[in-house]
Write a protein that binds this ligand. Structure first.
Ligand code: FEO
Length: 404
């Protein structure tokens, strides 16, 4: 195969996983890649491994450049199994390699492997490793995405190897952002960044802001960002930096998304006049039925829009389970600065709309109460009420959006 040299002497040696659709519960409709990088220097250095199933591919890529037995240093930027589960296999090839990782990385790794014979050096922000002509600088990034996480900056190349951050679950034949420069596919690349951030990094907006500032304060010039998933930002690393800065500052589209599910179509029927009401205010609107859509996609659409209307029928005095699953996922992601309301049908006691508001209150989201409830099947009057509800929610979303 053709070597993919991303900077002089720095190679992508990872693997493309075209087939993965379930990434620990996160639906990866576009597959993913496991990126890792080989720095050929006086001390040849591998930054991260790949998911264990793909280690043969990675080793073939390395063999195309050098004998893997010549790897001198191994940097573990992140210990999650999609990057580190092949480390045992690698260490059987280079048992004397020197490993570099954070303290938390070592703490985690020793729960996964017998590391007793490994030569491990713990590193922290600002520590440097000279491999020959190149100087690697480490930067801890705890909780982006796990406590162990760090990034590796190659000084001479102005290259930031950023592990999960700035990545995308996106399998493709292209390795670089500039190969996506066509109208359709750049929109797809941006959407993949939103998707990844929403599902992985949404809870860590404050940390993202702090890290971006730290990069600025350290005066690191960044010419290229090479994440552990998806394409490498070669032409325009500033684009993904700006996207992260915007997302961490809770910027999003002035739009309403309706996320719902339904039992006997009554809650579903309510969405139609609600959409008409939203559109009557000139507001963009998307509609997502949960059982027809992976939760991770619904989470991304929630995160991209300023306003969200959540609809659920009442089942046994509470939420319909697919909606409960969505609310639980959303709560764990700790969204901020979104405006929400609720709607749904019920037969006798009700309870779903109340439960949605309780979830939203616990997340400290801006709420437009009391929402709309319909008994059994929406009447013409109910549909009129839904239309007005959609209009009013669009107006309030527009006002709320002005704050950002
Ligand atoms: Fe791609 Fe947090 O692992």
């Amino acid at each position: 195969m053709q070597n993919i040299e991303i900077k002089p002497g720095v190679y992508w040696v990872g693997a493309v996983d075209w087939a993965v659709r379930d990434f620990h519960g996160y639906t990866t409709q576009r597959g993913t890649t496991y990126n890792n990088y080989l720095i050929v220097d006086d001390q040849t250095t591998l930054v991260d491994t790949v998911k264990h199933d793909f280690m043969d591919t990675c080793l073939d890529n390395i063999r195309n450049i050098i004998d893997p037995a010549k790897i001198h240093n191994v940097i573990i930027n992140h210990i999650e199994p999609d990057h580190a589960s092949a480390i045992g296999e690698l260490m059987s090839i280079v048992p004397k390699a020197k490993l570099f990782m954070t303290k938390k990385g070592k703490d985690g790794l020793e729960r996964m492997f017998d590391i007793s014979g490994w030569d491990i050096t713990l590193v922290k922000t600002g520590d440097e490793l000279k491999t020959g002509k190149k100087t690697l600088v480490f930067m801890e990034t705890p909780m982006l995405h796990w406590p162990d996480s760090m990034m590796t900056y190659v000084k001479e190349d102005k290259l930031l190897i950023s592990q999960d951050a700035f990545g995308q679950h996106l399998s493709s034949a292209q390795r670089f952002d500039d190969e996506f420069i066509t109208c359709q596919s750049m929109a797809e690349l941006e959407d993949a960044v939103w998707d990844y951030y929403a599902n992985i990094l949404m809870p860590f907006g404050t940390l993202v802001q702090r890290k971006l500032k730290e990069v600025q304060d350290l005066g690191l010039e960044i010419d290229m960002i090479a994440p552990d998933h998806g394409v490498i930002w070669r032409k325009d690393p500033g684009k993904v930096l700006q996207m992260y800065s915007d997302m961490a500052s809770d910027r999003c589209d002035e739009r309403v998304v309706i996320i719902y599910d339904t039992m006997w179509h009554s809650t579903e029927k309510m969405t139609q006049p609600i959409v008409r009401g939203i559109r009557a205010e000139g507001m963009d609107c998307r509609v997502i039925k949960l059982r027809a859509t992976p939760i991770s996609h619904a989470i991304k659409e929630f995160w991209r829009a300023r306003g969200c209307l959540i609809g659920s029928p009442t089942l046994n005095n509470t939420l319909f389970p697919p909606v409960a699953g969505f609310m639980t996922s959303l709560q764990g992601l700790r969204p901020r600065n979104r405006i929400v309301s609720a709607f749904g049908s019920y037969g006798w006691g009700g309870g779903a709309v109340k439960a949605i508001f309780e979830y939203c209150k616990s997340m400290k989201l801006e709420m437009v109460e009391p929402g709309v409830q319909v008994k059994y099947v929406p009447s013409t009057q109910d549909e009129d009420a839904c239309f007005e509800f959609g209009k009013e929610f669009a107006r309030q979303t527009r006002e709320y959006h002005k704050k950002f």
